[in-house]
Design a protein around this ligand. Sequence first.
Ligand SMILES: C[S@@+](CC[C@H](N)C(=O)[O-])C[C@H]1O[C@@H](n2cnc3c(N)ncnc32)[C@H](O)[C@@H]1O
Length: 294
Amino acid sequence: MNGPHQSKSERPAASVTRLRPRRRGALLDDAQLLDTQHAFDSVAADYDGPRGNNELIQRMRLTMWDAVHAAMPAGARLLDLGCGTGIDAIEFVRRGFRVVATDWSPQMVERTRARAVAAGLQSRVTALHLGVQQLDRLEGEFDGIYSNFGPLNCAPDLRAVAAECARLLHPGGRLVFSVMGRICPWELGHYALRGRFGRARVRAARGAIAVGMNHHTIWTSYYLPREFYRAFAEHFSLDSYRALSLFMPPPYLVDYYRRRRHWCERLGRLDDRLGGLPLLRDMGDHFLIAMRKR
Ligand SMILES: C[S@@+](CC[C@H](N)C(=O)[O-])C[C@H]1O[C@@H](n2cnc3c(N)ncnc32)[C@H](O)[C@@H]1O
């Protein structure tokens, strides 16, 4: 899976990318965005460990990698929104793509840069400290844009993100996003059984809600796939969407998974087979959605 792939072009990703002067959006809530930034900064150093990359996350990552690989033309120039420590960016470079990787957490961006240097791939991946709310500062043309494990749940204005994605993409360009969904049966059951009904209902909240991580706050909005797509519909047609970790427990229940590995692997195979079916695809810890620029 991680083997190197050849690209059709050797042009470095950095050659198309410039930042325009900063323009502040009216919908930007600076205090909330900074809360989220500090939360992710605080975990960047160990994010490749159990918190950010356990077995269940790796399983979802493989599905995302294959979806992006299948959707994008060989050697495509890709933009990563909320790249974290750069695991996906480096994988896609190894698969022959060029990547501009962006994140709102400067510590995460540093981890991505270090990963690229350690892999000797710094000429093919550019890491930028840039929030999704600042995409108007980015210049360049991309064949595809992806975002993995919920950075877009932290975006203050999805419609603005959609408009900027449309501006940055070639005609026919693709989007592949994994987004935290509203209906996660595992989460409902897990917290309801423990009497934590408020926590069980978190994903039902309208608008952004404060979610704790490492004694910090992440401001998160949860979406049904159709709610999410509505923000993009003006510029993008919907290709497909599917559930991720509907039958399989969500990543934070990895201890449960480890105790019942064989049983859970069967559940994972159900996800692979059934996660794209109507109704089922509207649930799950995350959903994977693919769109195409009109
Ligand atoms: C759950 S992590 C996923 C990271 C990475 N995509 C991965 O798959 O490992 C969410 C990432 O979104 C980033 N993020 C949060 N708010 C953001 C924003 N407004 N703009 C861009 N990135 C953001 C965080 O810093 C963090 O790196």
